[in-house]
Structure formats: C-alpha cells, structure tokens
Write a new protein. Structure first.
Length: 88
C-alpha cells in the first residue's frame, strides 16, 4: 500500500486546510496537494493526500471514502503512480 491517496469529488470551495483537517483523524498528514487549473487557478475538484504510513493511508481510505466534506461525498483511493511522459 502506498501512502499517497487520490481524493476526488471535492467541492470547488474546499481548501487544502479543510482536506488536511479531515484526514488528520486517521494519522499524520505529510502533504496535501489540491489540484488547480493552471489558467484560472480554480480548484479542479480533486487532491492528493500523503499520509505518514501505509497503515494510516489504509485507515483513511476506509474512513473517508464516501464521507461528506463541504456537502460532497468524497471518493478516496490509493493514488496511481504517474506514467512517465515521453519527451520529444
């Protein structure tokens, strides 16, 4: 199990502090990366949360998947590794 989680279906009004606070219930939150549109700066409705240990990550998935945050039911699962982009 990875420690990096994908958090989807976030409200556009949810900020990184709100995500961090919600996930701290399950352990140490090492990082929160709220993904935003490069041109507008507006949230794209998903984030990546890095937990302190794989065990904490598993607890966070179990506890947060389907839980409502800012009026929206979250989708939480283990983040997939990014594919290397080919240069050229």
């Amino acid at each position: 199990m990875n420690t990096r989680l994908y958090v989807g279906n976030l409200s556009f009004n949810t900020n990184a502090d709100g995500v961090r606070t919600a996930f701290q219930e399950f352990g140490t939150v090492s990082d929160v990366h709220l993904v935003s549109d490069r041109e507008t700066g507006r949230s794209r409705g998903f984030a990546f949360v890095t937990m302190g240990t794989p065990e904490e990550a598993a607890k966070a998935i179990e506890g947060m998947d389907g839980r409502t945050l800012d009026g929206r039911p979250l989708r939480v699962n283990e983040a997939e590794q990014r594919q290397q982009r080919g240069g050229g």
